[in-house]
Design a protein around this ligand. Structure first.
Ligand SMILES: *Cc1c(COP(=O)(O)O)cnc(C)c1O
Length: 424
């Protein structure tokens, strides 16, 4: 099946007489006729449900759909995108290990690795994703267990050379984890380019309507944990699960089963069935929304580039972007919906422009159906001076626009009238 069909048909498969639409199994627990049957589930001897922290039929159907969309062997939904990143890293690495990560990743990912996971003994080295492979290779150590990058980084909008990153990771015997939140599997499927694990904040385009926080971890099934020799947790008996050896018992699904059996069990970042239901509705129209987000964003970026009140525009889909060759290779059907730009007149002009926007709402969220805008210098980063902002790559003049799926001319009209008011 093609991606459009998978968006609609994958996952939930009702039997004769069952609900046509994925039901919400609003139940923490499941009933069994014999203790022995339930015992088999606890021993991972049989598939089934016993407690919603570990698995739920509504969540399970959505996991199957997203695994199918990304081309993986299995997936695990989490309560948020942050939890998905945490689950992916902690299934692979433990205290004493090290991760190599692109330095332009989402701020939450950066903090998780740079601050919180360091407290748990997992170290990180950040690398410039645009550097030569040999240069990035210098960051790898004997205890490095994974490489991490973002297809289109939020909010830097750098585009990842996925094949370069995959080759680097594999030549060091470790998996590549790709955060595919901004691209979604409709615009790019990182597994086709060598990624081993794909993660998402589903709170963004996958849901697409800004109604449900969530995350997902997808396992390609392609990484050979045993052959690498670096991952004893996958190849020696897990005493917390009656001595199961994940690679032997679960083969290509070793990673995603271990993620659920150990981390979901012990950390409990489970999604609500209601949120999984809403996420499923969002995924049904993903293949219609992503091309429109991308088309609209390109039109907005081109308009901004031709307006002399604008100092600079960053959108990887622009012909003038240094990432255009990577977009042509990895994102041929569109570079997604987020555009950032600088307005002449700095912090004050940017603030005035945001206040003057009527269609675009001021929100910290990105990546839903409605156009929205953020001026970090007067909101999320307001405690920083212009100099400090410059240092962290978020200039005082920077406005981030998440271009929605309204009519592009209406969005551009709104930008025009706001610019007229902001720049005299
Ligand atoms: C928002 C976001 C996250 C974090 O996801 P939450 O659902 O907010 O926890 C992770 N990665 C990227 C790229 C994001 O945009």
């Amino acid at each position: 099946m093609k991606i459009e069909t998978k968006c609609i048909q994958s996952g939930y498969k009702p039997k004769s007489g069952e609900a046509r639409v994925l039901p919400i199994y609003q139940s923490t627990t499941y009933k069994y006729d014999s203790a022995e049957h339930m015992g088999k589930l606890f021993d991972l001897e049989e598939d089934g449900y016993f407690y919603t922290r570990l698995a739920n039929p509504t969540c399970g159907a959505v996991e199957e759909k997203i695994a199918d969309l990304e081309g993986g062997v299995g997936a695990m939904l989490t309560s948020s995108g942050q939890a998905a990143t945490l689950a992916a890293v902690m299934t692979i690495a433990r205290a004493g290990d090290h991760i190599v990560c692109s330095n332009s990743v989402y701020g939450g990912t950066f903090n998780l690795l740079d601050v919180t996971l360091k407290k748990f003994g997992i170290d990180v080295t950040f690398v410039d994703p645009d550097a030569e492979a040999a240069e990035i290779g210098k960051a790898f150590k004997d205890n490095t267990k994974a490489l991490l990058g973002e297809t289109i980084a939020n909010p830097a909008l750098t585009v990842l050379d996925i094949e370069k990153f995959a080759k680097l990771a594999h030549s060091h015997g470790v998996p590549l984890i790709v955060d595919n939140t901004f691209a979604t599997p409709v615009l790019c499927r990182p597994i086709e380019f060598g990624a081993d694990i794909v993660i998402h904040s589903t709170s963004k385009y996958l849901d697409g309507h800004a109604v449900a926080l969530g995350g997902v971890v997808v396992d390609s099934g392609n990484f050979d944990w045993a052959a690498s020799g670096k991952f004893p947790e996958f190849t020696v008996p897990d005493e917390s699960y009656h001595g199961v050896v994940y690679t032997e018992k679960f083969g290509r699904a070793a990673f995603i089963v271990k993620a659920r059996a150990q981390l979901m069990r012990d950390m409990g970042f489970a999604p609500a069935p209601m949120n999984a239901f809403l996420l499923n509705l969002g995924t049904e129209t993903l293949h219609l929304r992503m091309p429109r987000h991308s088309e609209n964003a390109l039109k907005v970026a081109e308009f901004l580039e031709n307006d002399d009140r604008i100092a600079w525009v960053n959108y990887p889909g622009l012909a003038s972007s240094k990432y255009k060759p990577l977009v042509d290779k990895y994102l041929p059907n569109g570079a997604s919906g987020v555009v950032s730009f600088g307005i002449k007149g700095g912090r004050e002009a940017a603030g005035r422009m945001l206040d003057a926007m009527e269609l675009a709402a001021i929100v910290t969220h990105v990546a839903d159906a409605r156009t929205c805008a953020l001026h970090p210098a007067s909101t999320t980063h307001r405690q920083m001076t212009d100099e400090q902002l410059e240092e962290c790559g978020v200039g005082a003049d920077l406005i981030r626009l998440s271009v929605g799926i309204e009519n592009a001319e209406d969005i551009i009209e709104d930008i025009k009238q706001a610019l007229d008011k902001a720049v005299k």
